[in-house]
Every structure is written in C-alpha cells, then in structure tokens.
Ligand binder design. Structure first.
Ligand code: GDP
Ligand code: MN
Ligand code: MN
Ligand code: MN
Length: 252
C-alpha cells in the first residue's frame, strides 16, 4: 500500500477575501480522490475572522476567570463569546465552541496572524470546507475530499497534533465494527478517527511555524464519500463521560 503526502508550494500570505480554492488550483494539479488538507488559520484569514483585543469589553464572568489566569480579560471575553460551554476555566481554559468542537481557548490563535490581531476558527467549519471543496471540484472537474485542520492538544499526553475540525465528502470516522481481525474474531467496538489521522499526517509537513505550508494533498487513499459532517465525530452529551466529569469541577 502507498499513500503520498505533498505540500502545495507558493501559497501567498492569505488576506481577507482571498479565494483559497483558486489559489490551491493555481499551485498544484489535483487528481480524483485527492484529500486536500487545509489549515484553519488561512481559512479564518480569508473569511476575515481576525479581530483585536482593543475592540472587546470584558464582562463580569470574563473578569472573574481572568483573575485566576495570566490572561487578558478581553481575551477571555472573546473566548466566552465563541463558546457554548466552559468545561474547565483554570488552570487550562477548555471550552466547547458553538460548533461542538472542544478545545483550549475556543481555538483563538495568534500564530501566523498579523501582529496585534487574533484569528478565530471559522464559525461553521463544515460550511467553509464544503465551499472550498466544491469550488476546487468546479475548477478542476475532479472529485475530491477536504479536511480543515487545527492544531490541538490532547488529554493525557504532552504535545499538540493536527486534528480535523471540518470535512467535505469524507466521513471523519471509519467504523470497523463487524469486521474480522487476523484470527477471525469480530471487531466489536473499534472506530478509527481517520480525519484526525489524516490531519496529523498533513500537519507533519505543515509544521507550526514559518514554513508557509497551510495546504497539503494526501493522495492514494480511496475515502471519498457523500454527505459527510464533522458532527459524526462528536459524542452526544449523554454518551460523553469525560464532559460529565469536567462539569463536576468547580468553576466561576
Ligand atoms: P493552524 O494549525 O491552523 O493554527 O495553522 P498554523 O499557524 O499552525 O500554520 C500551519 C502552516 O500554515 C504553517 O506552515 C504556517 O507557516 C502556514 N501558514 C499560516 N498562515 C499562512 C499564510 O497566510 N500563508 C502561507 N503560505 N502559509 C501560512
Ligand atoms: Mn496558528
Ligand atoms: Mn490554530
Ligand atoms: Mn498548526
């Protein structure tokens, strides 16, 4: 088996209004079944989702959380504005965004953004991903998938990794239930988070710094599907025992 992973060269610094699909297609030849992996930072920039702390007035809750941290209360307010729930407010600031993604500080990011600005995650990552994916298909006539990524930490382990926050035409989870192992045993619980695995592979080439590689093409996997959503990855509140445990911690 073989899978190839390519960076897309010559992507410029992305500005508000830039057409990411066209920029990708101008810089690489797309083939059927390619998985185009895109760092959320450039989508946020193209969508104009940058903001400045100067424009934010912190409320009471933000001030209370800020007093526990070495963080600007205006930044805390920005995170609260983008969150449907605070799961842990200190010593880490872990929230669930309105879209259902659980992450530190709502994914607000200062890295690789103009000095003085912060970048949000795209507010509807599946929608942003689908827009870019269908535009690439329209331009190239090829059938592709897209995964939108961000860099996230994980519980229990040191180190961040690329993870998926939006998908277009690829199911984020592969279900192995009912399949056999090498000894003929039927797999009963295994579900593979393929969108995160692909995001992790792509992130190896993107890096986190000044590499300038926000787009990576994965070639050689046959995973294209119709009607996929990142929501397929999110556990329902009822099933999520980790969230239940976190809710029992004291908070502001
Ligand atoms: P995030 O994981 O979505 O927060 O993105 P990162 O800040 O980690 O950046 C991922 C990759 O994209 C790195 O190689 C950055 O250098 C690159 N990158 C970020 N923004 C831009 C941009 O506007 N243009 C180019 N060419 N590369 C960028
Ligand atoms: Mn970044
Ligand atoms: Mn980020
Ligand atoms: Mn990153």
């Amino acid at each position: 088996m073989k899978m190839q992973v390519y960076t897309v060269e010559n992507i410029p610094l992305i500005k508000e209004g830039d057409d990411i699909a066209s920029i990708i297609c101008e810089n690489i030849t797309i083939e059927d079944n390619d998985i185009v992996v895109i760092a959320s930072t450039i989508v946020a920039k193209a969508e104009g989702r940058m903001f400045r702390l100067e424009d934010i007035i912190p409320g009471e809750k933000a001030l209370a959380i800020a007093s526990k941290h070495d963080l600007d209360a205006r930044f805390i307010q920005a995170v609260l504005d983008r969150s449907k729930e605070v799961l842990v407010d200190h010593p880490i600031f872990l929230v669930e965004t309105h879209n259902g993604h659980v992450c530190i500080k709502a994914g607000i990011d200062e890295s690789n953004v103009d000095i003085g600005y912060l970048a949000d995650l795209p507010s509807s990552p599946d929608e942003s991903t689908s827009k870019i994916g269908s535009a690439i298909e329209h331009i190239t006539g090829k059938k592709i998938s897209v995964i939108l990524t961000d860099t996230n930490g994980r519980a229990f382990k040191i180190g961040q990794t690329g993870i998926a926050i939006g998908v277009y035409k690829i199911h984020p989870v592969k279900n192995w239930k009912g399949q056999k192992d090498l000894f003929g045993n039927t797999l009963e619980i295994t579900e593979e988070a393929i969108a995160d695995e692909i995001a992790g592979a792509a992130n190896l080439l993107m890096g986190e710094g000044d590499g300038g590689y926000p787009v990576v093409i994965i070639r050689g996997l046959e995973l294209r599907a119709e009607e996929a959503s990142i929501q397929e990855m999110y556990r329902s509140d009822r099933e999520d025992i980790i969230k239940k445990g976190l809710r029992s911690l004291s908070k502001v």
